[in-house]
Structure formats: C-alpha cells, structure tokens
Design a protein around this ligand. Structure first.
Ligand SMILES: O=C(O)C(=O)C[C@]1(C(=O)O)C=C[C@@H](O)C=C1
Length: 313
C-alpha cells in the first residue's frame, strides 16, 4: 500500500463529514495520524469513544503539528475557527474546509490566512441527512465529487500543496475538480441548496395543512413525500448558514423555480395536459442522464459500484 498523503491531519468539527474523513483517512491510509477537535466536550468524548483518532483538548493543540487542517464546521463558524487555528499552524501547512458554500467560506479562510500557510477551500459533494460523530462512515466520499476552489496566480509551493490536497481526497475515493468559487455557488444553489429548501418547505406545509391530520401525514406517507422528509431531517444550523451565505444565487434560482411552478399551476388549472406531459417528459430525461452519468445517490454516497480508491489511482 502507498505511503500516507499527509503524516498528520487535524479535523476540526467532528460531525458527519469530519468523522467520515477520520474513518476514511484511516481505512485508506490517507493520513499517518488523525487528530480531532470539536468545540463541544460531549462530541469530543464521543469521538474518543468511537476511536476516530487522537482527540485534542484544545484547537491549538489539534492543529499545531498538522500538515493539513480540515475545518468541518457550519459555514458561519469557519471564520472564527480559522482565526483560532492559523497562528498555531506549522509553516507551509494546508488549511482547507468542507463548506457547502465556497465564496463566503473562502473569504473567511483567506481572512484568517497569514501568508505562512496555504489556504485551499474545498467541498465534498457527499452527505446524508444524519449528523454527529456516530453518523460518519469511511465510504462516504467514494465516487463523489470533491470541488477545490484554489486561488489562481499563486507560486509553485501553493500548486504543490493543491496537488497534495487533491491526492488526499482521491485517496478517499473522491473525484477531484477545481472550480471558481462563484461558479461553484451558482451550480450548488440549484443542485443542492434549492432542493433542501423545497424539502424543508414541503414537510412543514404538510404538517400545517388544516385539511389533513398530522397523524395521517405520517401514516400514509408515500414514497415521494418520504424522500423529502429524509432531506428535511438534515442539520438546521448547517442549512441556515448555507442559505444566509449563498443568498444571491439561491434567491435567483428560487425566482426561476417560482415562475416555472406557476406555469405548472396554470396548466393544471386550465386542464392543459399537453404542457404537463411535455414538462414531465423533459424532467424524466434529466433523471435518466443523471443515472447514466453514475450520479445516483446509491452509487455515489455509499461507495457501491465504485472501485476501491487504491484501484482508481
Ligand atoms: O444526500 C444528502 O443527503 C445530501 O444532502 C448531500 C448534499 C447534497 O445536497 O447532495 C448536501 C450538502 C452537501 O454540501 C453536499 C451534498
């Protein structure tokens, strides 16, 4: 088996993503040592009990010897964590994150940078509705995209650090691609953020409907609605921060979505079956394209049908 990509990584924030990175890094030998820190003493104790790595008592102790510090906290908390971590980090170490919004996360990370370390923001497009250190699993990133949003026009050392970070995520089984942060946020607004907003909304609407009893919603919850409730079970703090930090792109998509929804509403009202058939057929073909591209969730998020990371290299 190949040497670890990093001798030591520090994972700050031990939720679903942080604990999955810890498990995957150990399983696929992407890091020689994994050090973890979480602001919550309870989460630190649980991470220790799960054997995810060495649990540090403070943020400073966690990052001081790390070659790569991975900030796995909600987007709104990245700035404060980075500001605490950077002064204690080694010269030439990498500071990255896993935030679902990249422009604001990058601003927060770069704001804390001091020129001694390499700031390389990132986002694994993988997850489940579960939260907490117990929810993580090592195959989460297999076959999933990992988007890096490195700065352009940097020196050779920065490029080498970016390549090393890409090698780390490739070792965890991810497909790595570099992208401009603004573009990332516009794409994710429609592919991830808006779907979550719709899911949160449809579930609360169902529970507020006067004509249907709450017990009936639960009892007769059909496949379609059940799928929405899964997404709507996602972490409220994480998603509050996503929407408040990707406001412009989400509001733009929401405007388009509302217009298209109004067109469907109109077609139903006026018995315009042709419009319904046309739009539903178009939507169905997009679903087929996603499956053909190997992007359906059972293959992506749970590592099924994807080769072992070592085989990909
Ligand atoms: O599969 C899910 O449950 C997810 O919500 C994962 C999902 C997504 O929208 O696809 C959610 C947020 C992350 O930033 C990346 C991936």
């Amino acid at each position: 088996m190949s040497d670890p990509v990093f001798s030591r990584i520090a994972i700050i924030g031990v939720g679903l993503i942080g604990s999955s990175i810890a498990r995957a890094a150990a399983e696929y030998r992407a890091a020689g040592e994994v050090v973890l820190y979480d602001a919550s003493p309870d989460v630190r104790a649980r991470a220790g009990a799960l054997g995810l790595g060495t649990v540090a008592p403070t943020l400073e102790a966690a990052v001081s010897d790390a070659d790569c510090v991975i900030v796995c906290v909600p987007v709104g908390a990245i700035g404060a964590v980075a500001a605490g971590a950077v002064p204690c980090m080694k010269y030439g170490a990498i500071l990255t994150d896993v935030g679902s919004v990249k422009s604001e996360a990058a601003r927060a990370l770069h704001g804390a940078g001091d020129g001694r370390i390499h700031v390389i923001p990132g986002h694994p497009i993988a997850g489940t509705e579960q939260s907490g250190p117990e929810a993580g699993f090592p195959t989460l990133f297999r076959g999933a995209w990992h988007i890096l949003t490195p700065l352009s026009g940097q020196d050779e050392a920065y490029q080498t650090a970016t390549d090393q970070l890409a090698a780390f995520w490739t070792r965890l089984g991810a497909k790595v691609e570099a992208m401009d942060a603004g573009r990332h946020d516009r794409v994710l607004a429609i592919t991830s953020h808006l779907p979550h907003l719709i899911a949160f909304n449809i579930v609360t609407t169902a529970f507020d409907l006067e004509s249907v009893e709450q017990g009936e919603v639960v009892k007769y919850s059909a496949g379609g609605f059940r799928d929405f409730t899964r997404i709507a079970a996602s972490d409220p703090v994480m998603w509050r921060d996503v929407f408040l930090n990707n406001k412009e792109a989400v509001l733009e998509c929401l405007g388009r979505f509302s217009e298209d929804l109004a067109a469907l509403q109109r077609a139903i009202r006026w018995d315009d079956g042709d419009t319904l058939i046309r739009e539903f057929t178009r939507a169905r073909s997009i679903r087929k394209a996603i499956i053909d591209a190997g992007q359906d969730s059972s293959a992506v998020n749970f590592g099924r049908n994807t080769p072992e990371p070592e085989e990909q290299a």
